[in-house]
Design a protein around this ligand. Sequence first.
Ligand code: G3P
Ligand code: CA
Length: 245
Amino acid sequence: MIFTMKYYPLVYGHRGFPLEAPENTIPSFLLAREAGAFGVEMDVHMTKDGELVVIHDDKLDRTTTGTGYVSQRTWAEVRQLDAGQKFSERWRGVKVPSLREVLTQVKGVNYYVEVKHGSRFYPGIEERLLEILEETGTKDLTQVISFDLESLSRLRQMDSSLTLGLLTCNDVKHALVLADEIGVNWIQAEFSLLDRELVDMAHGRGYRVATWTVNSEEEVMKAREIGVDSITTDNPRMAIRVLSS
Ligand code: G3P
Ligand code: CA
């Protein structure tokens, strides 16, 4: 982990800086870094030919000029698409990046890499992800996060030192039980689920606690008050300003 922050909790840009640039693209991640974010959060899917690509949805339709499932397109096909113009004309020409491109072109930050589906849907995705983290020398800067319990378990079995975070939109106490079973390091809970007692409980059981999506000044202050270790936000500049003042 790169420790350069002057504020706490740590601030991660959710899909980069999606208020200012198209989500999950290189410019969006670079803007989050420029704003001073400790890290960037990104979502990963796999193409038909096994490339890990950074995009949120299963399908290409919402954020790109393409259509259909990422899993049914080759990397060459995804590469042709424009991932900027639906956000605004200013970003026309921006591409869907591969995970390798993000990890090699966006340096000086830490990474939350969200595996949207594990190997039941994308056979071999965990192996491929570990290879990319090793090859790009970014394993120590990365926390792999997922709602997919099987995927997290596979990753833990393959690598005992990888930092893992279990995402939950449900009962945090139950997530702690699952976290014990899988052997993750962090609990990442949707913001409305958390309070001081649950954060203390997670800390007491040896977990660090992250939360998303923290988008207003009031929420940033509340996140700090209840003691979370990291927030993921669409507006890293605002969050850093609030936490630095
Ligand atoms: O950081 C976790 C969060 O990103 C999960 O929600 O839908 O934005 O990927 P989503
Ligand atoms: Ca995500």
